[in-house]
Design a protein around this ligand. Structure first.
Ligand SMILES: [Zn+2]
Length: 318
């Protein structure tokens, strides 16, 4: 049974390798696909079929699965075309105020995401992944509606349908880029501030317990968070201040020679830990096995014990 006919000319890259790769994936699943190719007037006509009679009852699934793989091949072609050409037009139109070196970096990050799936997860990237899936769905729908697909025609006319999604992806990547850049500028400022301050403590220990409570102790184990709070209360700080902000501002105004973060994995706020790491660089150390840590590991076991006993009590009540 014929799964799909693919037509393209020499303006499109040779798709034999891509189709061959899909064929190999099916072979791993013991499904043999046949491929026939004719070239007439520089036009490639590639037919992909599955003639295995024993698979007749599974043919709809095979066709659906092949279409999805092939949608990704077309996605890659369309994305390459966007990244190599239209993206400049898009950036010139909407982001004309960006500096040349920012544009180069943004294009790099955009390609890393769109072509190589290679960007650290964040809320913006989660949004982009959804948009990317929506593009692939649109391509898939187009393949499913047609027995044959003309790649040149598709790239010329149908790609307009997902220009909006590509624009929204680019917007988000730029938003993330600007946010990261601002964050780095802020960190540089804090680093400068820390470097010019006098050392206040030889060592500070930030301990995060299993309920995400913070403790800040000097090297003798004395609690110092009260000292930091006192300073903040005495300042013009207004509004709701969270503990992370108090600790960060405390650390940069009472600079330690060494800051040790204990049980960092207990922290719900990864950005908080990253900020300390980024500001204090080689002064920041991590620990998960000293007497401070053990105290909290012991605590977490007790909490576990407590929870289990509460569970048991509830069972009895039931
Ligand atoms: Zn420790």
């Amino acid at each position: 049974m014929l799964l799909l006919t693919v037509i393209y000319d020499e303006n499109v890259k040779d798709l034999c390798e891509d189709i061959g790769e899909i064929k190999s994936i099916f072979e791993i699943k013991n499904i043999k696909l046949g491929i026939s190719e004719n070239i007439e007037n520089k036009n490639h006509f590639v037919k992909i079929f599955c003639n295995d009679q024993s698979l007749n009852d599974k043919i709809d699934d095979i066709k659906a699965s092949f279409n999805l793989y092939f949608a990704k091949v077309i996605y890659n072609l369309a994305i390459k075309e966007f990244c190599e050409g239209k993206v400049d037009e898009f950036l010139n139109d909407r982001y004309f105020f960006l500096k040349e070196k920012d544009v180069v970096l943004i294009k790099f990050f955009l390609e890393e995401f769109l072509i190589y799936d290679n960007l650290e997860m964040s809320s913006e990237i989660a949004f982009c992944i959804n948009k990317k899936n929506s593009i692939i769905k649109k391509i898939l729908k187009c393949i499913e509606e047609n027995e044959e697909i003309n790649i040149n025609g598709f790239l010329r006319f149908r790609t307009k349908e997902f220009q909006n999604e590509l624009g929204e992806i680019a917007d988000k990547i730029i938003e993330k880029y600007i946010r990261d850049k601002e964050y780095m500028e802020f960190i540089k400022l804090l680093r400068f501030f820390v470097e010019t301050q006098e050392i206040c403590y030889d060592e500070l220990n930030l301990i995060i317990d299993n309920k995400n409570n913070y403790k800040l102790k000097n090297k003798n184990g004395d609690d110092v968070i009260g000292d930091l709070l006192k300073d903040i209360e005495g300042s013009n700080y207004s509004g709701v201040v969270n503990m992370e902000d108090i600790i960060i501002s405390g650390l940069i105004t009472h600079v330690p020679k060494r800051i040790v973060i204990h049980c960092a994995e207990n922290c719900y706020n990864k950005e908080f830990i990253d900020t300390i790491k980024d500001v204090f660089l080689e002064r920041a150390h991590f620990c998960d096995g000293c007497s401070f840590c053990k105290e909290y590991i012991k605590d977490s076991k007790e909490v576990l014990k407590y929870n289990t006993s509460v569970d048991k009590q509830n069972h009895f009540l039931n």
